[in-house]
Design a protein around this ligand. Sequence first.
Ligand SMILES: [Zn+2]
Length: 102
Amino acid sequence: MSALRLSNVQVIGNELALAWSDGAESYFALDGLRRACPCAACGGEPDVMGAVIRPQNTYTARSFELAGYEFVGGYGLQPRWGDGHSTGIYSFDYLRRLAAGD
Ligand SMILES: [Zn+2]
């Protein structure tokens, strides 16, 4: 288990900026972050082989607006999107993998 924590979360324009407890910073385009939503409906979580097979999702402009977010159990971030979608929990490890482009 990782002891990684988020020390700061900020929306800057169309990007989400995260500052980590180890001093690293990650920036995500909101549309890319939404498309990587790991919830079951979006299916964005990579499988053990690292492949991401997503169902065809329909997005609107509001899908890529961040309406808010919550921390989940000290291990993840749960964004609430402008279209009401909020079932995706982005674990810190997942966010770090996304930021690394894996
Ligand atoms: Zn989702």
